[in-house]
Write a protein that binds this ligand. Structure first.
Ligand SMILES: Cc1cc2nc3c(=O)[nH]c(=O)nc-3n(C[C@H](O)[C@H](O)[C@H](O)COP(=O)(O)OP(=O)(O)OC[C@H]3O[C@@H](n4cnc5c(N)ncnc54)[C@H](O)[C@@H]3O)c2cc1C
Length: 385
């Protein structure tokens, strides 16, 4: 029988509930007011970054020993969920800070941890994750970026594509080929700094959603870095990158959960106000059933996501399946629920005067990044419980 202690971890504790209240209040006051403008102007949500840093919520996962808040995986999920409830673009700040730095936390040397996690925890630097390339997306192991050893250095050359917060982040975990004969076992991970000579960025992508989150190419042109910037041993970079995703896909599930909840909350209020046929549309059973279905799906996604977060924290053996399942399920729910929210607002939902069309556009990315939902199904099928 599974121990009751395991089950308890699925449920947020009183501290988690207090954290949720605090982050919800902060998100409503300091992030929500800018969400529409950030989307409309496709600009970085600086107000959100400032508010998150001021409240020590920008990278809560960093262990206390490196100056961080030492939040567990469930607390990190709750932070991301609550920020995404009002602005998905802003939720990429805590989410990608975890994604970029987790390879260092999981596999980096003590020196790398000290050097790079402390500025992150203080809010002096952000971290990005550079795995994807123009011709290597779902098949990430097909990457071409090279890292060649030269004395005490490695020299990196290549193009990374779709890199979230590129240009804003000071630090990048970059996966590159060190031995082209070994495919995934010939890939190594490195910390590259924005300030390193030879690092530059492409123009921001013009996207359907999460317009406030900059996505750019990262160009590595003869970037010479000290060999001690390698994360773990040579040839272990791809394994570290995949292990990272096992944990961080749960943060994408959290974004999906947050945006779905935001859309439901908005629609719930709207249907009380909107009158047709002489009464509030909330009085029609057809509307009530839609709201019930939306809430039911969100709750199922939440349970799966929190359970996966508990597994991430414990390092359970079935984390790979559960993380992929949470991301896949919650993101499909987010797409359904945000689409239904637009429907519930009728023609008004289809305009930028209301937030639900933005939420629907933002929700779509959760089905695509950190592995598309087809890839999640491949991952699940290979790791069936
Ligand atoms: C806004 C945004 C932010 C991103 N941020 C980052 C980041 O910070 N760091 C980073 O490294 N990457 C990032 N990515 C990249 C993202 O993870 C990839 O876009 C994603 O993995 C898909 O790769 P692709 O776009 O090359 O699509 P492709 O791999 O070309 O896929 C195209 C289609 O084929 C399907 N497909 C592919 N292979 C299979 C298969 N074997 N079976 C069934 N279907 C398959 C896919 O599911 C998809 O529907 C980001 C992407 C976006 C759009």
């Amino acid at each position: 029988m599974a121990g009751s202690a395991d089950f308890d971890l699925y449920r947020p504790s009183e501290e988690h509930d207090m954290l949720r209240d605090a982050i919800r209040a902060l998100a409503e006051a300091k992030i929500a007011p800018y969400a529409a403008a950030v989307d409309e102007e496709a600009r970085f949500p600086q107000e959100a970054l400032d508010a998150l840093v001021a409240n020590d919520l920008h990278a809560v996962h960093v262990p206390e020993s490196y100056g961080g808040a030492g939040a567990d995986a469930l607390a990190t999920v709750i932070v991301i969920e609550e920020v995404a409830r009002v602005c998905v673009s802003s939720s990429l700040i805590p989410a990608v800070n975890k994604l970029g730095s987790l390879p260092v936390i999981l596999s980096g040397s003590e020196d790398l941890k000290k050097r790079y996690l402390s500025p992150l925890a203080k809010g002096d630097a952000m971290f990005s994750y550079a795995l994807s390339e123009p011709d290597a997306g779902s098949d990430a192991a097909g990457m071409k970026t090279r890292a060649v050893r030269d004395g005490d250095s490695y020299v990196l050359n290549g193009v990374k594509r779709w890199i979230t917060n590129a240009g804003v982040s000071d630090y990048y975990t970059v996966m590159a080929v060190t031995d082209p004969t070994k495919r995934s076992k010939g890939i190594s991970a490195f910390v590259v700094e924005k300030a390193d000579e030879g690092v530059s960025f492409g123009a921001p992508e013009k996207k359907l959603g999460i317009k406030g989150s900059p996505t750019r190419e990262v160009y590595l042109d003869n970037v010479r870095i000290p060999a001690d910037r390698m994360i773990g041993e040579e040839g272990t970079g791809f394994a570290t990158a995949m292990k990272t995703l096992d944990h961080t896909r749960i943060t994408i599930a959290a974004q999906a959960l947050g945006v779905a909840q935001g859309a439901l909350d908005y629609a719930k209020g709207y249907v009380q106000e909107r009158k047709q046929f002489g009464k509030a549309i909330a009085d029609f059973q057809g509307i009530q059933f839609m709201l019930a279905d939306m809430a039911m799906k969100i709750e199922a996604a939440r349970q799966l996501t929190y359970a996966a977060a508990a597994k991430s924290e414990r390092g359970d053996k079935d984390l790979t399946f559960q993380g992929a399942a949470a991301k896949c399920f919650a993101s499909d729910v987010a797409m359904e629920v945000t689409t239904d929210a637009v429907q519930l607002l009728g023609g008004y939902g289809y305009t930028r005067d209301y937030p639900v069309e933005r939420m629907m556009r933002d929700a779509k990315i959760t089905q695509i990044y950190e592995g598309t939902n087809q890839v999640q199904r491949i991952v699940m099928a290979r790791n069936l419980p």
